[in-house]
Design a protein around this ligand. Structure first.
Ligand code: NAD
Length: 468
């Protein structure tokens, strides 16, 4: 009798009173039983996740509105629509992305060969609060497509969204192999102490280091999707009006709480006032004269972060905005001018609606500034000329680059999304997500109708063999 199959078919990871270790054991038994391997199961789970998003759209939008003041239209686009698009793409290509890939016949060893993409096993996905649905489910789409069993850990910093997800996931997805575990640091710490076949973490670099250390104990492979200060270069040759239009949207979307948001601008002293003048118009066009009253402008996730942002503004020269009301978690769309490398806003990832402008002499000085810091997650280059763009591409590094645009690289599924150095390791989206959560296994098969010529290289090494 195969007891593992029996366990998997009766136990549910959400059984009342189960400890974290017990819930994970159920999911692992589900994987071991083989239920996650057939493409049919993977398709069913992806379809079920899509249904979950469609049937509960308003509840999810209300939860992200409560946590982040995210306008429902923005909530739909960035949390629900983006995941639905990824599911549709993955379903369309699932067979192709998971099929055996043959290699040409290898005459020297008389063999055929192929690469078999196989699931890794039981994986842990840990999400942050800033896009609390998208950043939890996007990696899970890849993990399910790869045939893994999955444990999800949503962020406690977005409590309304976590509560909705904890309620919905077991209703829609197969609890024999998929579960969601709520809670905060103690729960995440306990999860990290367990052995996994992969840990996929999105969040800050401090916790990223904790994740990597915990994973080392079990030789668990990890993907770390981290953050950092993503720079912008505005070249004097750039179309300043277009640049300001992109920057105002990219910076103030989700109130600046976007990992790939433009963090700060490097430009020349001549461009700075022109850019500020158009940014002022663009901000008014997006949110009106008083952004606090705009239904389209969000809030900071909590009072602690609002106070942190107030500290980044204090003592700086605010050309636009600057108002903070921590009690209502409001931080105005803010542009700081004449910012120096030593100013508070340049000491950490801003992760809020504050755009510092750092004047520098030229492209070389801007490149030197970027290279003095960690390798960023994203880099944005606004230029009418190719030379500055090529200079940045050749002499700097970052997870991604967008030229004369921002954020859009995140939505292109044929571009791997991830950081480099301090901004992370590994990438996902589209087929890359399936690859991350799979092992590409090399298989060779000698044809039996040919003699084994390899044995001519076996000992004893007679003079005749040496000649060959
Ligand atoms: P967070 O505080 O919600 O943390 C994320 C997860 O880590 C949570 O599930 C939490 O339980 C766990 N955690 C927190 N402290 C822990 C500890 N001491 N030990 C173990 N687990 C712990 O999210 P955050 O880190 O504040 O998120 C913001 C950061 O994430 C920013 O730096 C941002 O740039 C980055 N980010 C990166 C991406 C990306 O795709 N690269 C996307 C979004 C956010």
């Amino acid at each position: 009798v195969d007891t593992t199959v029996a366990t998997a078919s009766t136990a549910s990871a959400t059984d009342a009173g189960a400890t974290i270790a017990e819930q994970v054991a159920v999911v692992r038994a589900g994987f071991d039983s083989g239920i996650t391997r057939p493409l049919e199961w993977r398709r069913e789970q992806l379809e079920a996740m899509r249904r979950m998003l469609v049937e509960n759209g308003p509840a999810i939008e209300q939860a992200v509105l409560a946590d982040l003041g995210k306008p429902p239209v923005e909530g739909y686009m960035t949390e629900i629509g983006s995941v639905k698009t990824e599911i549709a793409l993955t379903l369309k290509h699932l067979a192709k992305w998971t099929k055996r890939r043959k290699i040409p016949f290898v005459p020297t060893v008389m063999s055929n060969g192929f690469i078999q993409r196989e699931p890794l096993g039981t994986v842990l996905v840990i999400a942050p609060w800033n896009y609390p649905v998208h950043l939890l489910l996007m990696p899970v789409v890849g993990a399910l497509a790869a045939g893994d069993a999955v444990v999800m850990k949503p962020s406690e910093v977005a409590p309304a969204t976590s509560a909705v997800l904890e309620e919905l996931v077991p209703k829609y997805l197969d609890t024999r192999a998929i579960t969601i575990i709520g809670g905060g640091i103690p729960e995440t710490t306990e999860l990290l102490s367990l052995p996994w076949d992969h840990v996929f973490y999105t969040g800050n670099g401090t916790v990223g280091r904790i994740v990597l250390r915990a994973a080392a104990e079990h030789l668990t492979p990890v993907t770390l999707e981290l953050g950092g200060k993503s720079p912008v270069w505005v070249d004097p040759s750039a179309d300043i009006a277009e640049t300001a239009n992109w920057l105002a949207w990219g910076k103030f979307l989700n109130t600046g709480q976007t990992c790939v948001a433009p963090d700060y601008v490097l430009t020349t002293p001549e461009v700075q006032p022109k850019l500020i003048a158009v940014l002022r118009e663009e901000i008014a066009a997006l949110y009106g004269d008083d952004p606090r009253r705009s239904p389209d402008y969000g809030r900071i996730v909590n009072e602690r972060h609002a106070n942190r942002l107030a500290g980044l503004i204090a003592g700086s020269n605010a050309a636009i905005g600057g108002e903070v009301d921590p009690g209502s978690r409001y931080v105005a769309p803010t542009v700081l001018q004449d910012v120096g490398a030593g100013d508070p806003a340049m000491q950490e990832e801003i992760f809020g609606p504050i755009l510092p402008i750092v004047p520098v002499a030229d492209v070389d000085a801007a490149i030197a500034h970027v290279n003095a810091g960690d390798k960023p997650l994203a880099m944005y280059l606004y230029s009418g000329d190719d030379a500055p763009i090529e200079a940045f591409l050749a002499r700097t590094s970052s997870g991604s680059v967008a030229i004369n645009a921002n954020l859009i690289q995140n939505g292109i599924s044929t571009l791997p999304f991830g950081g480099v150095g301090a901004s992370g390791m590994g990438a996902y989206h589209g087929e890359e997500s399936v690859r991350v959560f799979s092992h590409d296994r090399s298989v060779v098969r000698k044809v039996t109708w040919l003699p084994n010529l390899v044995k001519f290289s076996h000992p004893p090494f007679t003079p005749k063999k040496e000649k060959q």
